[in-house]
Write a protein that binds this ligand. Structure first.
Ligand code: PGA
Length: 254
């Protein structure tokens, strides 16, 4: 099990101004400096990356992108390559978010983006999660296929650069997160399938995050009872009030 916790903020298409982006980053970085066992990654929209990357002490708050082109280079209007993201100082990228999948990304597209990200030297935060839960348990099969397909042709030695983010789609942008006991069950399942793909050793080391309606109130229980290695946080990650409390709550779980 990874010894440090990881909290990733997915800022999505917010905030509306560069000024506000800098403020959120400043507040996040300040709290991150107090944390003892928790690493923080902020994933802003592309246009804010250079403004929030820390030149000194980047370990205080790492930066990630929210997507990456599946192409290495070439004529692809509107796309941003892994090499470009890395060159401006970001180290992570979120891949396979359910909002991208809903907009048309297939498992095969996700696999191509994961490959491009890893080849370009970025750590990939790979999102998976079922849209609905049925009583017969078919969602487990869906999740299994999603994980396996997302890593098609990914070299085995890249497992150390992969972070799994389990995000049940029905809990994203919702009122309530998944209950922590279920988070625990599902994170074990994700590790099991990761082990089928990459082997037992890498599965023992991979970080599995939970995402979906995490806030400063439920974060500690999700970490403590859900036994996940960290969190992928949407709305609360751009709250200069809630996110500091969330980070402190995560860091205080023994
Ligand atoms: P939420 O989003 O925390 O606002 O539910 C999570 C995500 O989409 O990663």
């Amino acid at each position: 099990m990874p010894t440090r916790r990881l909290v990733v903020g997915n800022w999505k298409m917010t905030p509306a101004t560069l000024k506000e982006a800098k403020r959120i980053a400043r507040v996040t970085r300040k709290v991150a400096a107090e944390l003892k066992h928790t690493d923080v990654v902020a994933c802003p929209p592309f246009v804010y990356i250079t403004a929030i990357v820390l030149k000194k002490h980047p370990e205080l708050m790492r930066v990630g992108a929210q997507s990456v082109s599946m192409h290495e280079a070439g004529a692809h209007t509107g796309e941003v390559s892994a090499a470009m993201i890395k060159d401006v100082g970001a180290e992570y990228v979120i891949v396979g978010h359910s909002e991208d999948r809903a907009a048309g990304d297939t498992d095969a597209d996700v696999a191509k983006r994961v490959q491009a990200a890893l080849a370009g030297g970025l750590k990939s935060i790979v999102c998976v999660g079922e849209s609905i839960r049925d009583e017969a348990g078919a969602y487990l099969e869906t999740l299994k296929n999603q994980i396996k397909n997302s890593f098609a042709d990914v070299p085995k030695n890249q497992s150390k650069n992969i972070i799994m983010a389990y995000e049940p789609v029905w809990a994203i942008g919702a009122k309530e997160a998944m209950v922590p006991a279920q988070v625990y069950e599902m994170s074990l399942f994700v590790k099991k399938i990761f082990s089928d793909v990459f082997g037992h050793g890498p599965a023992m080391k991979v970080s599995v995050l939970y995402g979906g309606s995490v806030n400063f109130r439920n974060a500690a229980d999700i970490i403590f009872i859900g036994k996940v290695d960290g969190l992928l946080v949407g709305r609360e990650s751009v709250s200069v009030v809630g996110f500091p409390d969330l980070l402190r709550a995560v860091d205080s779980v023994a």
